[in-house]
Write a new protein. Structure first.
Length: 204
């Protein structure tokens, strides 16, 4: 398969040929339909200090995507070949104390798709089945690809209970723009966005 891979400890990336991943017992393989570019991917592309201290090369990067399940492991339930899914970018170990007490979001051995394990800037990507969220078949792939960051904004507005309140959103990145629209849709009385990027503030 073709994959965008970080092969050198410097800025940039290479389009390489890799073997298609194979699903383990609790894993699935997804044929990628659409992938989004996260700020994390920018750090990896630039190979800044954070990336240099985190990445083990070579690494296929990218972690926000949607696609079709083409292979399931022998122990997978709830996900089938042909399902159209979005992927959770955080990959828990499933074995630590936190995972075993239903707190996988703060797994002690948490890995990030496209950072700690090979990601979705490729024709195919392998993940644990528990990282797949099934979508309606008619959802646009580019919308499905941003479910994970969009979900962050939904969760923020939900837990803050923004209805009929004045809301301040500090920052003007994509998730802040999502949160602006979500807060308005949920009935915030006033939404103020603070940022420095004129184009993003225009979107907000």
């Amino acid at each position: 398969m073709k994959a965008l891979c970080k092969t050198q400890p410097s800025a940039g990336a290479e389009l390489v040929d890799r073997d298609r991943p194979q699903a383990g017992p609790n894993e699935i393989v997804v044929e990628v339909r659409a992938a989004a570019i996260c700020g994390t991917d920018k750090h990896l592309w630039q190979y800044d200090a954070w990336a240099a201290g985190r990445l083990k090369l070579p690494r296929v990067f990218g972690h926000e995507c949607s696609g079709d399940v083409i292979e399931v492991g022998s122990e997978v339930t709830g996900v089938s070949v042909g399902d159209f899914v979005s992927l959770e970018t955080h990959v828990p170990c499933g074995h630590c104390r936190l995972c075993r007490t239903d707190r996988q979001h703060i797994c002690q051995n948490l890995k990030i798709l496209g950072v700690d394990i090979d990601g979705c800037f490729a024709e195919h990507v392998k993940v644990p089945a528990l990282c797949a969220w099934k979508n309606p078949g008619d959802m646009k792939p580019e919308v499905a690809a941003i479910q994970e960051p969009f979900g962050n904004a939904v969760y923020c507005c939900e837990t803050g209970d923004v209805r009929a309140k004045s809301v301040a959103i500090i920052g003007d990145g994509p998730i802040a723009c999502f949160a602006t629209a979500i807060a308005k849709a949920w009935g915030a009385r006033e939404v103020v966005v603070v940022g420095m990027n004129a184009a993003r503030l225009g979107i907000a």
